[in-house]
Design a protein around this ligand. Structure first.
Ligand code: HXC
Length: 508
């Protein structure tokens, strides 16, 4: 008996060594943790239950029959993060470059299937040379089955990808279909075709980092949500992030008691909006002052900075925050910001997370670049996302809410539940100057000035909208936190369903 037990320990030890000491050392030299070290750091101490440690590939071609490494290049299983169950796979670059074989794929599919059954998030740590070249089409089939599983899990359990090494070719499409992507600077990259192919086809010279590194994807493409300096930073941030994640679409969003008083007034907000309507202010200040303990987990902070998205708690309840940022492009909606916010609104709606929308938007960004780029279709994404969302929707207009953008930003007309405005709100078809220049074209300067003053007086305030019930109340800025938390509490029992359909046809 003792001998059998020892044999098990030996087998486990062999699996733990992955591709061997030399390759683990090479991984460390690149500043990367090993697949197992990543899991250890991510999960609560001692909570990891590994599955399929003894799985080996079934390939015989190209000498693979003599190279069998238990686990086959991916460590899978489940554990907890702050007590919440998660499923995890971590590709092991030390074993065949973390490449994906048929059995490697089966291991990932197994934990995804189980996560779906129990209703728990899936975290994928990607560090792989792509399809296992020796296996050919069997590997491609494995990828496709993972893609299929990603799609079926989408909207049922949160899926989060950590990119911590190579992720290239078709392999990028699995993370791309997950809800969030975190990357590590200088050691991870994602691209469909690498620098060599780019050089051949388009004659562009570009490095891996420039083409698909963490900075590129968090500033230029918007493919990834956050970029970190190293593995440890990324994993610790993910642990914090998971504190905001519901376990599935069947679960209530995570709530935790907050010591931050629900009725806390914030007098400084009474002077947040400058007297001059063209002067910007930082919307982050409002967000941080109304949420619990100023604890805001912002997503995509460096991409489409004219809109802010992220998760926070108010009165202990997790909420999604969407806010125009007057500091960037005056807070206009454009293609990138509409797409960024639309996906986030849909995420919140999938997982029963109430949406708090803070509005200061002068309209959609004009210009040929926007029109040729399809702002009509992309702007419609945000409109569509808000309109289809059935979660509690609470909106505060701080200053401008002009034109179509007023409608889009969770207005009453899109089934907004609680719609407040500050006394500084300007809710109108457009700004006074632009409006007067159109309706009094050709008027003298003095006439235009007088008409502008009259238009401003009549329309650029919250009371016209409030008189029609489009705004539930005009509130004091300092009371915003208290009023929103009361709204959230009132909305706990909200039930709203859309008409039955197979699925909608959001403009893509
Ligand atoms: C099998 C692989 C492998 C792969 C790497 N290795 N990629 N084995 N299949 N795809 C092995 C190497 O042979 C090597 O084994 C070890 O992993 C480490 O690789 P190195 O090349 O030494 O590492 P490095 O210099 O860091 O380069 C990493 C790399 C490079 C850039 C990822 O390995 C590479 O270019 N790999 C091939 C990438 C590729 O073309 N993949 C297929 C893409 S198509 P030893 O034994 O020496 O340690 C694809 C389609 C997916 O993925 C489609 C889905 C729809």
């Amino acid at each position: 008996m003792q001998e059998i037990l020892e044999k098990l320990e030996q087998k486990r030890a062999a699996a733990h060594m992955g591709g061997g000491e030399k390759r683990i050392a090479a991984q460390h030299e690149k500043g990367k943790l090993s697949a197992r070290e990543r899991i250890e750091l991510l999960l609560d101490d001692g909570s990891f239950e590994e599955w399929d440690m003894f799985v080996e590939h079934r390939s015989h071609d190209f000498g693979m029959g003599q190279q069998r490494i238990p686990g086959d290049g991916v460590v899978t299983g489940h554990g907890t993060i702050n007590g919440q169950t998660v499923f995890v796979f971590s590709q092991d670059f030390t074993v065949f470059g973390g490449s994906l074989s048929e059995t490697h794929a089966e291991k990932i599919l197994k934990i995804m299937g189980q996560a779906l059954k129990v209703g728990a998030p899936v975290i994928g740590i990607n560090d792989s040379g792509g399809a296992r070249i020796q296996e050919g089409v069997a590997s491609l089939g494995g990828y496709a089955e993972i893609f299929q599983a990603n799609v079926l899990a989408s909207g049922v359990v949160p899926q989060i990808s950590l990119i911590m090494g190579p992720c290239a070719g078709g392999a990028v499409y699995s993370p791309a279909m997950t809800d969030f992507i975190f990357m590590v600077k200088d050691s991870s990259y994602m691209f469909v075709t690498g620098p060599d192919v780019v050089k051949t086809v388009t004659h562009e010279t570009v490095t891996q980092e420039e083409l698909g590194g963490a900075v590129t994807h968090t500033t230029k493409s918007g493919v990834a949500d956050l970029a970190f300096d190293n593995d440890v930073e990324a994993i610790l941030a993910l642990r914090r992030f998971m504190g905001f994640m519901p376990s599935s679409n069947r679960a209530a969003p995570l709530a935790q008691p907050s010591l931050d008083p629900h009725d806390r007034d914030e007098p400084s907000l009474d002077s947040l909006v400058p007297d001059n309507a063209t002067k910007p202010y930082d919307m982050h200040e409002l967000i941080e002052k109304i949420i619990d303990d100023g604890d805001f987990f912002e997503l995509q902070p460096q991409f489409a900075r004219n809109i802010i998205i992220g998760l926070a708690r108010m009165g202990g309840q997790v909420v999604g925050v969407v806010a125009n940022q007057p500091m960037i492009l005056a807070g206009c909606l454009d293609i990138a910001s509409s797409t960024k916010a639309a996906r986030f609104v849909r995420f919140c709606d999938c997982y029963n997370i109430p949406i708090v929308t803070l509005v200061d938007v002068p309209g959609f960004l004009p210009g040929t670049a926007q029109e040729f780029g399809g702002i009509i279709k992309h702007g419609a994404k945000l409109l569509f996302a808000y309109a289809e969302a059935t979660v509690p929707k609470l909106t505060v207009i701080t200053r401008k809410a002009y034109g179509g953008a007023y409608d889009v930003m969770a207005s009453k007309h899109l089934r907004g539940d609680v719609n407040y405005a500050w006394p500084t709100a300007e809710i109108a078809v457009m700004g006074a100057k632009g409006a007067v220049e159109i309706i009094f074209r050709g008027g003298s300067e003095a006439e235009l000035a007088a008409q502008t003053a009259e238009y401003k007086d009549k329309f650029t305030n919250p009371f016209v909208a409030a008189s029609r019930g489009y705004i539930d109340d005009v509130i004091m800025p300092h009371a915003t936190r208290r009023r929103l938390i009361r709204g959230l509490e009132m909305l706990r029992g909200k039930v709203l369903a859309n008409p039955w359909k197979k699925h909608d046809n959001i403009p893509l």
